[in-house]
Design a protein around this ligand. Sequence first.
Ligand code: FE2
Ligand code: FE2
Length: 268
Amino acid sequence: MPTIDWDAVDHACWWVPPGALSLATVPAFEAQPLAVRRRVSHLEYLHLVETGLVLEAFFVERLAWLAGRTANPQARSAYLREIREESGHSLMFVELLRRSEGEVARPRAGVRFVRALARRLAPDSALFWAMTMIGEELPARLTCTVEAGPEEVTMSRVVVSMARVHGADEAGHAAFARERCAEAAARLPAWRRTAQSAVLAAWLAAFERYLFYPQPDLYARAGLAPGAHWRACALANPARRALAARLIAPSVAFLRGIGWALGGPRQK
Ligand SMILES: [Fe+2]
Ligand SMILES: [Fe+2]
């Protein structure tokens, strides 16, 4: 595993490539000073990191529950390996937040509500694994845009290294979640899968909005005021909507293929 040179955390570079920002291609944003646009890229990466921390804490909790109850040694190893990897990611995220003077945000009320709901799901149920798969795959694909920044853009070495470490592990997590999701969905009576599809679709829409369209205070902290105006620009940004649809499409196609009644990628 590559080591990360934490002393190289650098704000005079991009943390998310400019073309993958929520406001990319919005003329009023592209006309902003370089320092402001870069600050947005730092904060959008930290938003991804904070989202990762919330999700990973939840996954670790559920995986520990599953590891403690399975009688299958291979399954236990798989759960424990994933716990170790997610814990490593979270330590890495906390270190970046510490070095970048970012604070670990207390999850918003909406996130806390969704997490409380998710805790009520049976940890090995089809709906649990479908939600887990989405929670693993969408942030991982967004992180891949960091790794794939164009050569002419000066990306942070630290952030690119983090994306590599994370990407290598997440491919395995997504494959595991897909496998468990397909097995659990096959056990579920069709009528229940249809009934639960509405819940899954609502969760996917809420998570898409949370992940791809940061809250107004992010823009305000970057020097773009009022933040609500800039968030509205992001929500209306065709380039952002196209990126979100492209990154969500493979997950939706998989879930539809195993019987979930989800629409195609949404067009807002
Ligand atoms: Fe992770
Ligand atoms: Fe993961």
